[in-house]
Design a protein around this ligand. Structure first.
Ligand SMILES: *Cc1c(COP(=O)(O)O)cnc(C)c1O
Length: 459
């Protein structure tokens, strides 16, 4: 049948249902397959190349494969980047997962007060516990930290228009998210002070005027500057603004709840509690960075400011869904109970190297005889996600140099597996860092390496 198609004129295009029949095995909803076949056939009709049934089939299969692979799915993270924005940031704790499952399968008291039987406060329990965790008068939660900034800025610029911010802090965080653009989109005028590398208290003092709505300090979370660099501390700025009654907000980004110097010796992330004690009126940070919870923007600080933010119509538009609230509530309680070891992000940071090395050795033992050179290598872990940019944590990797294909080809093969395994290439080796691979995934990783090596040798 294929030969027949080939021998006819190129105008003859295989019938859609012939191709569909051949694609029956593809695990996609029928309308998606049909649309893809139509799309590829019409693309072929427009080209003036001669094509066969196999050409069509290959093209459609390739397009479908790309589409299936773009479906959201778990991956195994061998990059050693603990908080990877591309990989969904913090993996959730078991308690958070159970909480999500229960909240999503059942009705809940989301906005219902069980004591009075009346309408209740959404996230009341969570807000109360968060405030205590942050050492704050009050706290609330919205969709993410960028949303927190938008809400805060649009709230405070009602009567005055300017937000004072240091030039060294007008930064870009991740893809397409610039602090300056976020602030301006909220209608604020930026009053930039200081220079990129140096800002003094006097710079702030001189910029304060009748139009000053807010002073914003942004934690430089995804890069660091070294050398001739200075900026005033939170305490110094707080002292300056206290008498003038100007709201002072610190965007912390990462949300470290405990001093991080112990795990990442080069630097310590300021905690919300420290910043509030130093005189910030409000702090905001992400729920899914070092806090180790779901995507969320946490705001903590002065009660009257938090209450004001919650009255904004924008607060309603930016609110969290119940599943996020359930996961965050569980994560907050783990922090409060001192159960950080149950929060995966924090647990991964602390795994001793000996433990990683023992896992690597056991895995390599099981990979003998493959057409590749496989050994224990050094790993360098980055916290990532705009957190602790200066710090790396020493780690352990499995280094693979395949014999029958290039390392790039090997990386492609590992990504094509189910679940996909993502590593990185350094010193001509394909590397998998064990710190970001859960020990429960070791078997899958062994299988994956074996599969990728075997695919290489059959080529
Ligand atoms: C990551 C980060 C944000 C953005 O947080 P999202 O929760 O991703 O919206 C804002 N500010 C700082 C300083 C950050 O590090």
């Amino acid at each position: 049948m294929h030969d027949k198609i080939k021998s006819r004129s190129r105008r003859h295009i295989p019938a859609v249902n012939k191709v569909l029949e051949a694609l029956d095995a593809v695990d996609l909803p029928r309308p998606i397959v049909v649309a893809m076949v139509r799309h590829e056939l019409s693309a072929l009709r427009e080209s003036d190349k001669i094509f066969t049934f196999e050409d069509v089939f290959e093209r459609v299969l390739h397009a479908l494969d790309r589409h299936v692979r773009s479906r959201l799915q778990p991956i195994i993270n061998g990059t050693g980047v603990i908080l990877h924005t591309n990989f969904g940031r913090a993996p959730l704790s078991q308690t958070a997962l159970e909480s999500i499952a229960q909240m999503s399968a059942n009705y809940s008291n989301l906005e219902f007060d069980l004591a009075s039987g009346q309408r209740g406060n959404r996230a009341g329990y969570l807000e109360h516990n968060l405030a205590i965790l942050c050492g704050a008068e009050s706290a609330t939660v919205i969709n993410n930290c960028a949303a927190a900034l938008v809400l805060i800025v649009s709230h405070f610029i009602k009567t005055k228009s300017e937000v004072i911010i240091s030039r060294g802090e007008i930064v870009q965080i991740g893809g397409g998210f610039r602090i300056g653009e976020i602030l301006e989109s909220s209608g604020a005028r930026l009053r930039e002070v200081g220079a990129t590398n140096k800002t003094t208290v006097r710079d702030y003092a001189q910029a304060i005027g009748p139009q000053t709505a807010l002073i914003l300090k942004v934690h430089r979370s995804n890069f660091f500057m070294d050398g001739f660099v200075a900026s005033p501390s939170t305490r110094e700025i707080a002292q300056l603004v206290k008498k003038r009654r100007i709201p002072f907000v610190v965007d912390l980004g990462s949300g470290a709840m405990e001093p991080t110097a112990e795990v990442a010796p080069a630097q310590s992330e300021p905690t919300p509690e420290e910043e509030l004690k130093s005189g910030a009126d409000l702090v905001c940070f992400s729920g899914d960075k070092l806090f180790g919870g779901p995507q969320a923007g946490i705001i903590a600080g002065k009660k009257r400011f938090v209450a004001g933010l919650k009255r904004e119509p924008l607060f309603r538009a930016l609110r969290c869904d119940k599943l996020g609230l359930a996961a965050l509530q569980a994560t907050v309680d783990l922090h409060l109970r001192g159960a950080q070891s149950k929060i995966p992000t924090l647990a991964l940071l602390r795994i001793p190297k000996d433990e990683l090395r023992a896992r690597a050795a056991a895995m390599i033992e099981r990979l003998r005889g493959l057409p590749a050179q496989i050994s224990i290598g050094r790993g360098v872990v980055k916290v990532g996600g705009g957190t602790l940019p200066r710090s790396t944590i020493s780690s352990v990797a499995i280094d693979i140099v395949p014999r029958d294909c290039s390392v790039n080809e090997f990386a492609d093969r590992m990504r094509a597996l189910t679940p996909p395994v993502i590593g990185y290439i350094a010193n001509k080796s394909f590397k998998l860092d064990l710190r970001t691979i859960f020990s429960s995934q070791d078997d899958s990783v062994v299988d994956a390496i074996r599969a990728a090596c075997t695919a290489a040798s059959s080529h």
